[in-house]
Design a protein around this ligand. Structure first.
Ligand code: G1P
Ligand code: ZN
Length: 542
């Protein structure tokens, strides 16, 4: 039944910020999925007879990839494989399932917020037994292995019916098709006061949640409209579709602009929210109140104790380096540590495992806690709802009070997408050369306090990550950060993160872009963006 198939390596299987991500057509190349998955298993030890969790965001090629993964997992000796019905599991639900079943690890099929369909993107990511993305030590080993792989093991068997709940045999392994929502919902019920949120909705609270035709649809429908009694129609685009209905499942101000317009308009519901392709990101907009992900992290951290799961308080906060320092101010007030990590959720895993932090977040619409080892879109929405219910205030009032108490970190990210990769690398090299000359220099009203290429030493295992982004830090707390995306599939994407701080509520500006205008201009000049990329404008501003 088990066959050993000879193969030749693909040189491009290096996992990026969140796994291996390529165009669908690349994953359709014969042996491409098989090689990568076998390379992962070749780098793991001790999984014989153990459990593997497999699920994806339902995008095009999800089912085909899962059938191959099941056969390879069985051939390599996994004892049990748990698969979400229809092959769908949100990324946080995979993490939850790995943890609650004591699985050895999991495989997630997703390209997150990137477009789907036959011409879109696909991705494969391996998660370890704590439920989180494999650390760099493993992903680098997988890449090295993929470059020399010459065979994979596979069980010859017909396709498994992914839509029928229950257990079937595949070689010596058993494959269990499980309900995708139940386990995740049970976890949410331990964290939040569902009765209190139910009362909020029963009292007339209105909400619109856009699942963007992706993985969170079934979760949002079951939890918001089902368990919590939100009005039918609260969840829109709630059916996962292989091409996400032709939309880009990215809950940002470009692809979820309709939600922003709704929230700012005359018939705004109390809360507008959305999640991305695989359900790990979140967008939060109150009536007339957009909440940046960096502010959301800070506000959730400041109020988490109101939710039952965090009643005893939080141990610490971690944020990725480009995320604004708003959360640092909350940590300072609470007297708890804050950790600044490189971009990518995998850097939070050790801190969470060690109990050093409870809440984590990234400026890229990712927020989460120690309940899983991934960011979790619906979790963030539920925590907001629980805080709104507990405080008896709307999003705007909560945010305004937060800014008055802690000051406001203006924040924006400018993305220059699909620029020429050589130009983007040269831009970063240019900045590296500039670093030593920057400290002490004055630009407008600001002095540069520090400039560096961010590096991080993990306080738990001492591993080091270098070259994680160029930081220019001013003495008044303002910052400009430059880094190249690790998740794109075409050319390079330059991300420029711009931040400043205003402590005095009377001087806080309503318009973020206006408040940051001088720093934006400076970001162009310092990085010589137009010279290196040929662009004088970003493609996306968030
Ligand atoms: C982007 C985000 C990063 C996030 C990652 C995966 O990575 O910036 O915060 O962890 O997607 O969702 P990037 O493309 O910047 O490497
Ligand atoms: Zn995602």
């Amino acid at each position: 039944m088990t066959r050993i198939v000879a193969t030749t390596p693909f040189p491009d299987q290096r996992p990026g910020t969140s796994g291996l991500r390529k165009k669908v057509s690349v994953f359709q190349t014969p042996n491409y999925v098989e090689n990568f998955v076998q390379s992962v298993f070749d780098c793991l030890e001790g999984f014989q007879g153990q459990t593997l969790v497999v699920g994806g965001d339902g995008r095009y090629h999800n089912r085909e990839a899962i059938q191959a993964i099941l056969r390879i997992a069985a051939a390599n000796g996994f004892g049990r494989v748990l698969v979400g019905r229809g092959g769908v599991l949100s990324t946080p639900a995979v993490s939850a399932l790995i943890r609650s079943t004591g699985a050895f690890g999991g495989i997630i099929l997703s390209a997150s917020h990137n477009p789907g369909g036959p011409h879109g993107d696909f991705g494969i990511k391996y998660n370890i037994g704590n439920g989180g993305p494999a650390p760099e030590k493993i992903t680098e080993a997988v890449f090295a292995r993929s470059k020399v792989i010459d065979r994979y093991k596979i069980v010859d068997a017909p396709d498994i019916d992914l839509d029928r709940l229950g257990t079937v045999k595949l070689g010596d392994a058993s494959v269990e098709i499980v309900d995708c929502v139940a386990n995740y919902q049970a976890l949410m019920e331990t964290l939040f006061d569902f009765a209190r949120i139910r009362k909020l909705f029963a009292g007339g609270f209105t909400m619109r949640f856009d699942a963007m035709s992706a993985a969170t649809g079934p979760y949002a429908k079951a939890i918001l409209e089902g368990a919590l009694g939100a009005a039918p129609g609260t969840v829109i685009n709630g059916e996962p579709l292989p091409d996400f209905g032709g939309h880009h499942p990215d809950p940002n101000l470009v692809h979820a602009k309709h939600l922003y317009d709704l929230a700012m308009g005359p018939s705004a519901p109390d809360l507008c929210a959305a999640s991305d392709g695989d359900g790990d990101r979140n967008l939060i907009i109150g009536r007339q109140a957009f909440v940046t992900p960096s502010d959301s992290l800070a506000i959730l951290a400041a109020n988490a104790h109101l939710a039952p799961g965090y009643r005893k308080g939080i141990a610490g906060i971690a944020r990725s380096m480009p995320t604004s320092a708003a959360a640092d101010r909350v940590a300072a007030k609470l007297g708890i540590p804050v950790f600044e990590t490189p971009t990518g959720w995998k850097f939070f895993g050790n801190l969470l495992d060690a109990g050093m932090v409870t809440i984590c977040g990234e400026e890229s619409a990712g927020t989460g806690s120690n309940h899983v080892r991934e960011k979790d879109g619906l979790w963030a929405v539920l925590l907001w709802l629980d805080i709104i219910a507990a405080r008896g205030q709307g999003v705007k009032a909560i945010q305004d009070e937060h800014w008055a108490a802690y000051g406001r970190n203006y924040y924006t990210r400018h993305d220059y997408e699909e620029v020429d990769a050589d130009g983007a690398n040269a831009l970063v090299e240019g900045l590296r050369r500039l670093i030593p000359s920057l400290p002490g220099r004055r630009f407008g009203s600001r002095d540069v306090a520090r400039a560096d290429d961010f590096s991080y030493r993990d306080p738990v295992d001492d591993s080091e990550a270098t070259r994680q982004g160029i930081r220019v830090i001013f003495s008044d707390g303002a910052r400009i950060v430059y880094r190249l995306s690790g998740t794109g599939t075409a050319g390079a994407t330059l991300r420029v993160y711009i931040e400043s701080f205003e402590g005095d509520v009377a001087r806080q500006h309503a318009d973020t872009q206006a408040a940051l205008a001088d720093l934006v201009t400076l970001s162009h000049a310092l990085g010589e963006i137009e010279r290196y990329t040929g662009r004088d404008q970003p493609t996306v501003i968030t």
